[in-house]
Structures are given as structure tokens and as C-alpha cells.
Design a binder for this molecule. Sequence first.
Ligand code: GAR
Length: 206
Amino acid sequence: MQKKNHMTDHKTRLAVFCSGSGSNFKSIYQAIAEKTLNAEIVLCLSNRSQCGAMEFARQQGIAILHITEKQFDTFDEFAAEMVKQLKDARIDNVLLAGYMRKVPDAVVKAFPDKMLNIHPALLPKFGGEGMYGLHVHTAVLEAGERESGATVHFVNEEYDKGKILLQRTVPVLAGDTPESLAARVLECEHRLYPDALEKLLTLQKS
Ligand code: GAR
């Protein structure tokens, strides 16, 4: 009888952290189904209970966790509960997809090289604290850049500084507004994050 290899059978268990419309969350969810990636989203975590991502997760029957610092007496308790919930759900990888909060260091430490973030620009440029959403695209336009793009990187304790896993460019067009550039970058993100996830799964297998 052939021995079952439990390592290769294991479906990677993902938690996706979101705060907004959740379009990246949806594209990852769809890509997992279409590309038959050996992974499943088992938890959607958000600081906003009613955001688009949480609504989508509810519709798909994915477990949700609404957790914010405000629910706890101290930041450390908040961070410890986050780690506990992720460990209890046996999460292998965390994907930040438009999560507009800094992930507590304790959570980052609990998932070394196992947490990814998507950033709507070509890191290392246009990253760091305060660089999120339209602020990023405004800064890119003000700098007169001819190209922008999206970056998926590993998360470490420093904002947007972890090792880059995958990056793709889009042109900046004459007459672009922060909104029009954001829309072009977001479209790029929707292909990039699933590809980055695929790359991560391959790396983790080897
Ligand atoms: C995305 O553009 C993502 O790159 C950005 O927020 C948007 C979320 O959209 N993230 C950041 O700016 C983090 N620094 P979504 O909720 O539709 O996926």
C-alpha cells in the first residue's frame, strides 16, 4: 500500500486581513477556485465589521473575525488575542489585502516569512507610514513618475520594508488623477496577488 504523504495533501490555510471593499480578497478567492491552488481561505479578519470584504466572506460562508484594539484594555491583549485566534484556526499564511492597520509585532513574529502584503506602488518607493490608498497615487503623480505598479512583499516589523516576492508595473498616463491611477493599479493587483500566492505556495513546498 502507498503511504499517504500528509505534507503534500495539506491544503494551505489562509487568513485574509481586510478593511475595505475587499476586491483583492475576492480575486484571491476566485483564483484559488479557478487555478485550483492547494489553499483555502478559512478566515477573514477585519477592523471593520461591515466592510465589503466581510460581507463577501459572510456570503461565502467563510469565518469572520471582527477585531480592533478598542475591544481590549491594552494593545498587548489585543495582539495576544489575534495570535490566539490565528493559531486556533490553524492558519498557515496571512495575506494582508487592504488592511489599513499596522499588524501588531507579536502577530508578525508568530508568522515569520508567512505573511504577505500588497502595496499599490513599486516598493521600495512610495511606502511607509501614511502611504496607503489614494495617498500613494497622489505621491506618485506629484513625483512625476512615468510608471507605477503593485508589489507583494513579506511582512516584517517595519512598514512596507519586507522582502519583495512579486512586483508588476503599470504606466502612468497623461491626465491621470489619483483615482484613475488607483483603478489601473488595482486591476493589476487582482492578477498579481493570486500569482504571488501561487509563488509562495511553490516556495513553501520546496
Ligand atoms: C488596494 O489598492 C491595496 O493595495 C491598498 O488598499 C486597496 C484595497 O483595496 N493597500 C494599501 O494601501 C496598504 N498600504 P481592496 O479592499 O479592494 O482590496
